[in-house]
Design a protein around this ligand. Sequence first.
Ligand code: PLP
Length: 402
Amino acid sequence: MSKNASRTAGRHFLQIPGPTPIPDRVLRAMDTAIIDHRGPEFAKLAKRALEGIKTIFKTANPVIIYTATGTGAWEAALVNALSPGDRVLMVETGQFATLWKTMAVKLGLKPEFIAGDWRSGADPAAIEAHLRNDKAHEIKAVCVLHNETATGCLSPIAAIRKAIDAAGHPALFMVDTISSLASTDYRHDEWGVDVSVGGAQKGLMLPPGMSFNAISDKAIAASKTSKMTKSFWSWEDMLNMNKIGFFPYTPATNMLQGLAVAIDMLHEEGLDNVFARHDRLAEATRRAVRAWGLEIMCKDPKYYSPTVTAVLVPEGHDADAMRNLALEHFNISYGMSFGRFAGKMFRIGHLGDTNDLTILGALAGTEMALALSGIPHRKGGVQAAMDYLVSVHGSAARAAAE
Ligand code: PLP
């Protein structure tokens, strides 16, 4: 169909779970002349971005902004707060948790991995039990992904904090919020997180290339005695320069312009409304998947992700072939599958600058791609999603009329 076409009409449906589509207003904010990163105009911008990002992490403490993807901020969390040979407790929620663990090994840490089947979030009870066994308190950090992007499972961070406290364990608590921040509730201070790792390219609606460490006083104190080698990632240099509105090296000026505007937009919509929108689109997506008769990768509803839904295809069918057909015919991209689930599932991202009609378009493309690729399914997924959205909007309209 598109074979002879040199252009594809309309926007690409970027339904990967990040990077997400960038709102025009953010693009326009970034499309501006470069300013002197040692001048007064920059200091104003930096202070606006540094203060603004705290409201997204819900912290009164500093947030470090790196010119790096999320992987850089993972490394920064580990090298600033820990020392070579430290034991760290990690949880195998999926591919990204596995990558963070692999990084910890490469850096000379000793991760202990609570095994998982990639189909649920981290279990607070398992973390508590593991920590109770560490009588000498040799484990120095518990590292968990809030949202495992590879599987669409969300972990209960407040409950994990309680589990660490119940075990009476002093380990630092590090949380990867890369695919949950600015999409679902997250409270760095209230939940007692020591290092929250964030990324720009998902709920924050920015291009990839910027990432964050929100840090507690306890994490800052740990960084004073940390013996890991670090230079670019050093919190100390950043904190000193950030105090006066500057960075130790050339910052990503135009990304900061975009960040400041993206934060304004999130607050204009209202964070709680942003979270409700993500919950609504996630539920609409799951209803479509159930109506198709397909299986949601996340087994337990209490772990359902508000930002990404992974969909298993029936045995003997190829999810990658279906994704390729969908791209070719309907100009839509899905998240790929990893590791033991390679080819067995695809992931529908429903995060960032996304609304009801965007998700319905994506689900319509998916229903057609399922048919085109011969994956056994029932019709009616889009209808189920529409029925759900109409019911939610109907309740809201009735409530407003009362
Ligand atoms: N952690 C999570 C939960 C992610 O989803 C990703 C990437 O998608 C990463 C870490 C790695 O981030 P990046 O690819 O920006 O380096």
